[in-house]
Design a protein around this ligand. Structure first.
Ligand code: SF4
Length: 324
């Protein structure tokens, strides 16, 4: 029996701009089991954060459209409305943002805000919610948690505020946690602590997590599977250790060769030439072709489909599939 918690099929997000309708996310499929972490990687503008916002139904209805299928634990998320949608958003699914300032209201204490999130999604009295908020602050390793309950967000350091935001995201006992570059604004040592904390909590609570990052080192540390996005599409997806050890898509290969880490000491950094494409004006054929060292005429004629190899690895590249 499968332990599937999230099933996303053919997800497409379009934004309505003055220049016309732009597909920011195109035919994205994601399958995630309970307790599994997906690292969503790629450069800025590849569609990672928009995918997360679409999953949480956070995109503005007047300027965007979302189509395809999003099922959480068998529930059709795109059909939710009213009270059901409120229960889903910040309840069954919650999100950790890059900047804690975007999650906390500066005029209320951290303890009050976590307690309110608990009361909104679980039936609890004020005193029960405060006790649970205290437990969560302890769980995320905040020193002197009793005193911190009555702190305002600006009274906490960046690392502590980030931990408090994780506590806020866990307040509703979500089935799915979405993390949008949650460690980017932190310095390196705090970053490692927060990643290890998230990994531990995710294992203990058996939550499914989608972790957006442009940092390959972070993705390696936290992910069970990775999906690499480029130009709004997933171009490679598979088990993290396989994809990051032996990439099959030239873009994944480029991301890995342009990353600085200890194992590459003495090696030349090989940056990917050029810039990520403008989603409103994607090149014809494979969107990566203008930057790809393996591009052939065939690559400029058609969009390579995301095909699944015999080992389950999915790759969207004419030549990677030929090589496999
Ligand atoms: Fe490069 Fe062609 Fe593969 Fe695109 S399809 S990544 S251009 S080799």
């Amino acid at each position: 029996m499968t332990d599937r918690i999230l099933n996303v099929r053919d997800l497409e997000v379009r934004f309505f701009t003055e220049e016309g309708s732009v597909a920011a996310v195109n035919k994205v499929d994601i399958q995630l089991d309970r307790g599994e972490v997906l690292g969503l990687i790629g450069e800025s503008g590849s569609g990672k954060s928009v995918t997360l916002r679409a999953l949480l139904r956070l995109l503005p209805a007047h300027s965007s459209s979302v189509s395809g299928t999003i099922e959480l634990d068998g529930k059709d998320v795109l059909k939710l409305s009213g009270a059901e949608l409120r229960k889903y958003r910040g309840g069954e699914t919650s999100m950790i943002f890059q900047e804690p300032a975007t999650a906390f209201d500066p005029v209320y204490t951290v303890g009050f805000q976590i307690s309110e999130a608990i009361r909104n999604h679980l039936s609890a009295s004020r005193s029960e919610a405060r006790a649970q908020a205290l437990k969560l602050l302890k769980l995320v390793g905040i020193p002197s948690p009793e005193a911190r309950l009555d702190n305002f967000p600006h009274e906490m350091s960046g690392g502590m505020c980030q931990r408090a935001m994780i506590a806020l995201a866990l307040a509703s006992s979500p089935k799915l946690l979405l993390a949008d570059e949650p460690t980017t604004a932190l310095d390196a040592t705090v970053q490692i602590q927060v990643i290890l904390l998230l990994r531990q909590l995710q294992r203990d609570l058996r939550m499914a997590v989608i972790f957006v990052t442009h940092d390959i080192g972070v993705a390696t540390e936290i992910s069970d599977q990775v999906a690499v996005m480029y130009g709004g599409r997933i171009v490679e997806n598979g088990k993290a250790r396989d994809v990051l050890k032996s990439p099959r898509h030239p873009y994944t290969e480029g991301l890995l060769s342009s990353t600085v880490h200890g194992a590459r000491k003495g090696e030349k950094i090989d940056a990917i030439p050029g810039m990520p494409p403008n989603l409103a004006d994607l090149p014809h054929g494979c969107a990566f072709a203008p930057r790809c060292r393996y591009a052939t005429d065939a690559c400029r004629e058609g969009v390579p489909p995301l095909e699944t190899g015999s080992d389950g690895r999915r790759v969207a590249c004419f030549h990677a599939i030929e090589a496999a």
